[in-house]
Design a protein around this ligand. Structure first.
Ligand SMILES: [Zn+2]
Length: 252
């Protein structure tokens, strides 16, 4: 399967470096498939619907998933699936621009964001994205044993959710068996890519931000270790959502 890397959002936090919403567009036999979806047109037209966190992240105008899909030469109506690492607004916001697509998420994340929402999570999950009637396939359980002590749930041929809770209660990495090897989209299981790629410089502000927004902070180190192990697998490429340095072609 061909895998395209797209920028589906740009944000300029006042306290840190510019960050992106790094998503994948997979040419899957079952239809074009997005892995994460960044921001949507409605989010940029009406940023208030993102809640108070918009002040921390400051989404920039003009960059959304649907714009990125079009710019890559694809018809947005051909997007059949959106596989989500989690349901924070900067990952699910763009999905609403593909109303015919089936969303895939862990059952734990869907529950955390909809039926079992806690006060501490109210600002991260937004009714503008989750309050409509999306077609959602919820994937329960841990899946089958996989690499480095992790497990994997196959959601489509060659695409899996790898449960990696911590940032949120139902967060998962997403793996795609691409034509050039395995791509592991870590989502927000890590913010500073130097946690898994020691050739990169440490970015303290990203590390501090990650800790401040983690739902289960004690899980972060476990996730970073697993991603570092995956990074050493010769067939695997690990990326994460927000670190601009791991976008293909970015200066290191
Ligand atoms: Zn995020």
């Amino acid at each position: 399967m061909r895998v395209h890397h797209l920028v589906a959002g740009r944000m300029a936090p006042p306290l840190g470096p510019p960050i992106i919403c790094h998503v994948l567009l997979v040419e899957h036999p079952d239809g074009l498939t997005l892995v994460d979806s960044g921001l949507g047109r409605g989010d940029l037209a009406d940023p208030q619907r993102l809640g108070p966190a918009r002040h921390l992240l400051r989404p920039q105008a003009g960059v959304t998933a649907i714009d990125a899909v079009e710019a890559a030469g694809f018809d947005p109506s051909d997007v059949a699936h959106v596989v989500l690492t989690h349901l924070d607004f900067d990952h699910v916001g763009g999905a609403v621009d593909f109303p015919h697509a089936t969303w895939h998420t862990t059952a734990a994340e869907w529950a955390a964001a909809t039926s079992d929402i806690k006060a501490v999570e109210k600002t991260r999950y937004r009714s503008a994205h989750l309050g409509g009637s999306p077609i959602v396939q919820r994937h329960a359980g841990q899946g089958d044993p996989w690499r480095h002590g992790l497990s994997a749930i196959e959601v489509l041929d060659g695409i899996t959710l790898v449960p990696m809770i911590g940032h949120t209660r139902g967060h998962a990495a997403v793996t795609v068996q691409g034509e050039s090897g395995l791509v592991v989209h870590a989502g927000d299981a890590v913010f500073d890519a130097s946690h898994y790629d020691p050739t990169l410089a440490k970015v303290g502000i990203l590390r501090a931000f990650e800790k401040s927004v983690a739902r289960i902070p004690k899980r972060l180190r476990t996730n970073h270790s697993a991603l570092a192990a995956l990074h050493t697998d010769p067939d695997a490429t690990v990326i994460n959502a927000h670190d601009t340095r791991v976008f293909p072609g970015a200066p290191g």
